[in-house]
Design a protein around this ligand. Structure first.
Ligand SMILES: [Zn+2]
Length: 469
């Protein structure tokens, strides 16, 4: 068989790996957006690297756009097969893809309205019809432990899902391939979560032998703070906001971090004597995704039911959690006095309603800006996180006087120790390919794996690399 690494190879976006068997079956794992430098990402996204019509099946690990964002382009270019995903991933991906489609269409419309002479008309990468056609191709397969079992794709290829513990519905894909009378297994982690993170199961160990593992290594050179640290940090921030009647402004990542934070808040507010403050979820996408979480409570972990079972509470609902839907409701928050928390997109503070909340609250030293996720270079979020004192928002300069706090414990990715444990638990593993990580991080991690597990060969493929196995 051959594996071609079409994306998330020595970087963290554009996840796409193609497996071709001896008998000609072509299986695509993930079909994600490239993100990052705008021009470069645009070129990579517009030039689909394979013939969509020649693919026989697609399996999706999870619903983050860097893993699923190019599925509508695949369908637009002629893919007519099924897209397999867990039921929760199907629902979340539908919401994420609809949102991405809307952004693409409105971006193209904006750019076309401001075209210079001689510039050509810009078409969105895909439109609503492509998005709908993609969602229609989804086929739900439950985690193996919940009864999903093996799904047969051809006489020689079948697969099953293990829980990856990264976001709602995220899966590790185990593919079994029969070739020349031999059976081989390939596991693909997608993105791997943390142990003991709120709501989700820990990444599940694979029962079968794993001959080849494609593992993410985003934080292969780092250790995170334990998830329990989030509770301590949030408690301290809320107490400070109450004392100063101040605001806590949380730039939100719609999927994952927002729901974990809501869970932690609910747990704290649930504690006898802990002071409650109103929490406004001011992001329609995050609100929608939170509703999807409620629908898939069967994939929550045991700890969630220990935390909330007693009172039959729903983990992601509490009295003081208020969804704002309209722009007017969002604007009204600016006039309100603290203590209150507002969770609003976008996570890296580049666009969206969060800019209005920052504009309004960034110069008040009693307010807190709580950063919950990775801030890419050259974003407003990164500048604020790095401690610059003057920032530009909507063409006006503002002094950053609010306290800025980063919650490193809220990461959705396994750290170095957790990755090593996962790799160590894979039985019979002989070949490891590191994908989804920055090159330097993966080199560091590869050396560590080689020193710990001498029998495992470790590769770090580049985009476009093909390996024969
Ligand atoms: Zn992810």
């Amino acid at each position: 068989m051959k594996i071609t690494f079409h994306g998330a190879a020595q970087n963290v976006t554009g996840s796409k790996h193609l497996i071709e068997t001896e008998d000609g079956f072509r299986l695509l794992l993930d079909c994600g957006f490239f993100q990052g430098h705008r021009k470069e990402a645009e070129i990579l996204n517009r030039n689909f690297p394979m013939d969509a019509k020649s693919i026989d099946a697609v399996i999706l690990s999870h619903a983050h756009l860097d893993h699923c964002g190019l599925l509508p382009l695949l369908v637009k270019e002629g893919y007519t097969g099924s897209i397999y995903a867990t039921p929760a991933t199907m629902d979340v991906a539908a919401a994420m893809l609809a949102d991405a489609t809307h952004i693409q269409e409105s971006d193209a419309e904006y750019l076309n309205r401001h075209l210079q002479k001689n510039q050509v008309h810009i078409a969105p990468l895909y439109n609503e019809a492509d998005c709908k056609a993609t969602i229609d191709r989804f086929v739900g397969v439950q985690y193996s432990r919940l009864g999903g079992g093996w799904t047969k794709l051809s006489d020689s290829v079948r697969f099953k899902f293990y829980d990856a513990g990264h976001i709602l519905g995220s899966a590790v894909i185990l593919v079994e391939i029969k070739e020349s009378g031999k059976t081989k297994t390939i596991a693909f982690t997608g993105d791997l979560g943390r142990t003991n993170a709120p709501i989700l199961w820990d990444p599940e160990p694979i029962v079968e032998n794993v001959d080849i593992l494609l593992s993410e290594a985003t934080y292969g050179d780092r250790l995170h703070e334990p998830p329990a640290e989030t509770e301590r940090l949030v408690r301290e921030i809320i107490e400070r906001a109450i004392k100063h009647r101040a605001k806590i402004i949380v730039p939100a990542f719609a999927l994952g971090r927002t729901q974990e934070l809501i869970y932690v808040l609910h747990k704290l507010f649930h504690t006898q004597g802990f002071p409650k403050i109103p929490v406004y979820l001011d992001s329609p996408l995050a609100s929608h995704v939170t509703d999807i979480f409620k629908k898939h409570r069967n994939v929550f972990d045991n700890q969630t039911w220990k935390d909330f079972n007693a009172s039959h509470d729903l983990p992601l609902m509490f009295e003081d959690l208020i969804y704002t839907r309209t722009t007017e409701e969002s604007k009204a928050l600016n006039e309100m006095h603290g203590p209150l928390m507002v969770i609003s997109a976008s996570g890296m503070m580049e666009a969206g309603r969060i800019l209005h909340h920052l504009k309004n609250g960034i110069e008040n030293p009693n307010n807190t800006i709580l950063i919950t996720g990775y801030q890419a270079e050259n974003t407003l979020g990164r500048r604020i996180q790095d401690g610059v004192s003057l920032v530009r928002i909507f063409n006006r300069k503002y002094h950053v006087k609010a306290r800025v706090v980063s919650a490193h414990s809220l990461s959705a990715h396994a750290d170095q120790v957790e990755l090593l444990e996962y790799i160590g638990a894979a039985k019979g593993l002989s070949t490891l390919f590191l994908v989804h990580g920055e090159e330097q991080t993966m080199q560091t991690f590869a050396s560590l794996v080689r020193s710990k597990f001498s029998t495992i060969s470790v590769g770090i493929p580049k985009r476009g690399d093909v390996v024969e196995i």
